[in-house]
Design a protein around this ligand. Structure first.
Ligand code: SF4
Length: 349
C-alpha cells in the first residue's frame, strides 16, 4: 500500500500545492488533502494554538487535527526563502515546531527547509530532502518528479496570473487542462482607463490585496473574493502582477520589507497605484495580530492616500461575522460607484 502524505489546506497551500502534489504523486506517494476550512476546523485550531496567534496559524492547526488520524506523514515544509533575500514571516519559520508541540500525538512531520540563496532557488535541494525523508533515494526518480512538478507549478502560476481563482486553477490542473486560459479567466490589463474602452461603463476595478491564504480561503475570508465579484467589481490580486512588475515596483522603495508575502503585497500595491486608473479602490484584507501587517497596512494606506484612491482595511479574526464584512464591502463599493458617477458628470461638463 502506498504511503499517505497529508497536505493541510492552509498558508502556503494556495501558492505551492500543485508543485507539492505533483512531486509527491510522481514519487509514488498518495496525497490526501485536509477538509476545506469550516467552523469545526477553526474550533480545533483555536483549542490547539497559543491564543495570540493570527487566524491563519490557528486554522493551520485545525487542518493538522483534521488530517492527523488518516495519514502516515504530515507535509509541513519549513519555508524560509524563495528569492534568497526576504524570508517568510517568523510564524512560517517556526510552524513545524508550533505544530509538533501543540500537545496532540501526530504522525511524522516532513518539515524539509526551502531556502533559496543568491545563487539557487533551493527547490531541488528541498524536493530531494522530501524524497529522502520518505525513503526514496533514486536520483532518477527525484529528478523526473521534480521536473514534472515544476512544469505543473508554472502552469498554475499562469492560470493565477490570468485571473483564475487558485482553487479553480487546481481543479483545472487536476482535470488535465494545461496551456489554456479557460473561460472565466481573463488576460490581465495594465493602466487601462476606467470603463471597457467602448464608452460603456465597465465593472469597478478594485485591488484586493492580502496574503493568498487570507484572500482565497472561502471560509476564512467569508468568501470576500466572490462577494466582490457578485457586486459587479473586478478584483485584481497580487497573483495577477508579474514578477517583473513587482521587481520594478520594488525599486521605488529605499528599503523593502523583510518578509516574502509582505513584499509581494506592497509591491503589487505600488504597481497598481502607479498605473493611473488601473483601479478605483484598494481593499486590504489582514489578520488581527499579524505583526508584518501592522507596517504593511499603514504603508499601503499612505500610498493610496498619495494616489487619491479610496482605501479600505478589513481585519479578520475568529469573531469576524459575514454580516459585518458584507455591510462594509457594500458601503465601500457604493461609494466607488458614486465616485465614478461624479467623475463622469464632471467630464461631461
Ligand atoms: S504574515 Fe501575518 S497573517 Fe501571515 S502567518 Fe505571519 S503573522 Fe500570520
Amino acid at each position: 500500500m502506498a504511503v499517505v502524505v497529508g497536505i493541510p489546506q492552509a498558508l502556503s497551500f494556495y501558492s505551492y500545492y500543485p508543485l507539492w502534489k505533483t512531486y509527491l504523486e510522481n514519487l509514488g506517494v498518495q496525497v490526501v488533502l485536509s477538509t476545506s476550512t469550516n467552523r469545526e476546523i477553526l474550533e480545533w485550531g483555536i483549542r490547539n494554538t497559543v491564543t495570540d496567534a493570527c487566524i491563519p496559524i490557528k486554522i493551520m492547526h485545525g487542518h493538522v487535527m483534521d488530517l492527523k488520524d488518516r495519514v502516515d506523514y504530515l507535509f509541513l515544509p519549513r519555508l524560509v526563502s524563495v528569492d534568497g533575500r526576504a524570508t517568510f514571516c517568523p510564524k512560517f519559520l517556526g510552524l513545524p515546531e508550533m505544530v509538533r508541540f501543540a500537545g496532540e500525538e501526530l504522525p511524522e512531520i516532513i518539515d524539509s527547509p526551502l531556502e533559496a540563496t543568491r545563487f539557487s532557488d533551493g527547490i531541488f535541494a528541498f524536493l530531494s530532502d522530501v524524497a529522502r525523508r520518505l525513503g526514496i533515494r533514486s536520483l532518477l526518480k527525484q529528478t523526473a518528479a521534480a521536473r514534472r512538478a515544476r512544469r505543473v507549478q508554472r502552469e498554475y502560476e499562469k492560470l493565477l496570473f490570468s485571473g483564475v481563482h487558485p482553487l479553480r486553477a487546481q481543479e483545472l490542473l487536476d482535470a488535465g487542462v494545461i496551456g489554456v486560459i479557460p473561460d472565466g479567466g481573463r488576460r490581465r490589463h495594465g493602466g487601462a482607463a476606467v470603463g471597457n474602452g467602448s464608452g460603456e461603463p465597465g465593472p469597478l476595478r478594485v485591488a484586493l490585496l492580502g496574503y493568498p491564504y487570507m484572500l482565497y480561503d472561502p471560509f476564512l475570508s467569508s468568501n470576500l473574493y466572490q462577494r466582490l465579484k457578485d457586486m459587479g467589481t473586478e478584483p485584481i490580486t497580487p497573483e495577477q502582477i508579474t514578477p517583473r512588475e513587482m521587481q520594478q515596483a520594488s525599486k521605488i522603495l529605499p528599503q523593502n520589507f523583510f518578509w516574502h508575502y509582505s513584499n509581494r503585497v506592497s509591491w503589487s500595491c505600488l504597481h497598481i497605484l502607479n498605473n493611473p486608473n488601473m483601479v478605483e479602490g484598494v481593499i486590504h484584507v489582514t489578520a488581527f495580530a499579524c505583526g508584518p501587517d501592522a507596517m504593511v497596512d499603514k504603508f499601503m494606506e499612505l500610498q493610496a492616500k498619495r494616489a487619491q484612491v479610496p482605501y479600505l482595511t478589513i481585519t479578520i479574526d475568529e469573531h469576524t461575522g459575514v454580516g459585518g464584512i458584507q455591510t462594509r464591502l457594500e458601503a465601500f463599493v457604493d461609494m466607488l460607484w458614486d465616485r465614478r458617477d461624479n467623475w463622469q458628470e464632471e467630464v461631461k461638463r
